[in-house]
Ligand binder design. Structure first.
Ligand code: HEC
Length: 107
């Protein structure tokens, strides 16, 4: 009884730390995908202040403020003149979706 209480307490304390860490890792990877890993790179076509990107081919992401879902769909399927990104892993797509939806319009 006491032990399980302690266990619950410990887990309750650790879980948020672990997920905060995962978010941080995804954000760092997402920025890298935006600037470097994607091909062609998102930054070539999009403006996003947090990434220091000023591309002018596609919509300004700081104004569009897309949800993670919208980023994911655009990146995996392509939209209009934007090509689907075929070189990114699922983890990289997820990271760039989290990153863009979090920072867009934040600066
Ligand atoms: C070759 C230029 C180009 C590249 C590279 C590019 N985009 Fe786009 N993107 C566009 C254009 C153009 C549109 C507008 C498409 C339309 O609405 O018809 C767009 C639209 C979008 C949208 C809005 C989708 C919607 O639902 O309206 C998001 C989000 C987006 N791009 C994110 C990204 C991300 C993230 C990357 C990198 C993985 C990327 N783009 C790479 C040109 C580009």
């Amino acid at each position: 009884m006491r032990l399980s209480g302690l266990l619950m307490l410990t887990l309750g304390f650790i879980a948020p730390l672990v997920s905060a860490h995962a978010d941080e890792a995804a954000m760092a990877l997402g920025k890298k995908v935006f600037l470097e890993i994607s091909s062609p790179q998102c930054a070539l076509c999009h403006t996003l202040a947090d990434a220091g990107a000023s591309g002018a081919v596609g919509p300004v992401l700081d104004e569009l403020k897309p949800t993670a879902d919208r980023v994911r769909t655009a990146v995996t399927k392509g939209i209009g003149p934007m090509p689907a990104n075929t070189i990114l892993t699922r983890e990289q797509v997820e990271a760039v979706a989290i990153y863009v939806s979090t920072v867009a319009g934040a600066k």
